[in-house]
Design a protein. Structure first.
Length: 338
């Protein structure tokens, strides 16, 4: 069994590093600017159990190298899925399977449609901050959910075991769609902290930001429920539990809770990281997904619509702090919480 990992940002670097650490054969495929540094310095993951620098014998920016992978992890941004699928479909093994570890709802379906290969969804519950090519820090040590499949169960169980042994508890799920929507609801907060420039822990402890987060996620849950979507309870970071904590617990208990969750200082979301590097964000595949769902069912999602508009403006200026929390709260029309 040989693996390929396409996309060497925060998530792809963690996945590739764990596979190498477990002694697996791995082809790492990333951007040309990343490759030389990865060849020289390998992968270093902070925040998990002690790991030395890890090196793959095969590191390339050439997508044709995907032909060596029996199982291919797709870790690129959602907006790049379509183009990537068209580029790799002629290079994939006949028996290859794809695992999408991307934000959003529809990536695995799109990969399957465009490549004709089995494409399974995955949900990343851990948080990792990309520091430089090959170097990341896991700032929230949590797990991974993978869609199960009867034809690939042995491989999936092997992957689950090796990730779990190395600090990323991995669970196989038969019905993953309801978990995907729950994760998307959790991810609605990313636009908020990308606009305020706050670290994740800072946003939880700030009263104004907390009010925005609660209102944003509540709106998302309401749209999903009215659209007939069944939400499944996520481990550790379920949106309903988040709402209850942020709405009822005092700051000192929220601080204690974030400590026990393993949320580290410096933890930032991927949308802020994209803005900080001058890259397009995944806003259309996160908050934009709620806006589109609302439109399909003749509903409204004004807070999420406004967040989409503000993030797109921030993309144009590469702004990593567009608002103070109180100013963003007024802009979004969010009222004070209890």
């Amino acid at each position: 069994m040989k693996y390929a990992v396409i996309g060497l940002g925060a998530v792809g670097t963690v996945i590739g590093g764990l596979l190498i650490h477990a002694g697996e054969q791995v082809v790492l495929i990333g951007k040309p600017a990343q490759i030389e540094k990865l060849r020289k310095q390998g992968i270093f993951i902070k925040g998990l159990k002690r790991m030395d620098r890890m090196y793959s014998d095969e590191v390339s920016s050439d997508l044709s190298h995907v032909q060596k992978g029996d199982t291919v992890f797709i870790c690129v941004k959602s907006q790049d899925t379509h183009a990537l699928a068209e580029q790799i479909r002629g290079h994939l093994k006949d028996t290859a399977s794809l695992i999408s570890l991307q934000n959003g709802i529809h990536n695995a379906t799109e990969l399957n449609t465009l490549t004709g290969k089995t494409a399974l969804a995955g949900i990343v519950l851990f948080n990792a901050v990309y520091q430089e090519p090959g170097e990341v820090e896991v700032t929230l040590k949590s797990g991974l959910l993978l869609e199960s499949h009867p034809d690939h169960q042995e491989t999936l169980q092997h992957i689950s075991s090796l990730f779990s042994m190395n600090g990323i508890h991995t669970i196989l799920m038969e019905d993953i769609k309801g978990y995907q929507w729950s994760k998307l609801l959790v991810n609605l907060q990313m636009a908020v902290t990308a606009l305020t420039g706050q670290e994740i822990k800072e946003s939880i402890l700030d009263r104004d930001t907390r009010d925005i987060l609660v209102a944003t996620i509540k709106e998302g849950i309401s749209v999903c429920e009215q659209a007939g979507i069944t939400l499944h309870t996520l481990p550790d970071i379920d949106p309903q539990k988040m709402l209850w904590r942020m709405s009822t617990l005092p700051p000192f208990l929220l601080k204690v809770g974030s400590h026990f969750m393993g949320l580290k200082e410096g933890a930032r979301n991927s949308m802020w990281q994209s803005l900080s590097r001058g890259k397009p964000t995944e806003i259309d595949y996160i908050n934009g997904e709620i806006v589109e769902l609302a439109q399909q069912h003749s509903l409204k999602a004004p807070i999420n619509q406004k967040l989409v508009d503000l993030i797109k403006k921030a993309e144009q200026t590469h702004a990593t702090k567009s608002f103070q929390p109180a100013a963003l709260k007024r802009c979004l029309g969010v009222t004070d919480g209890p």
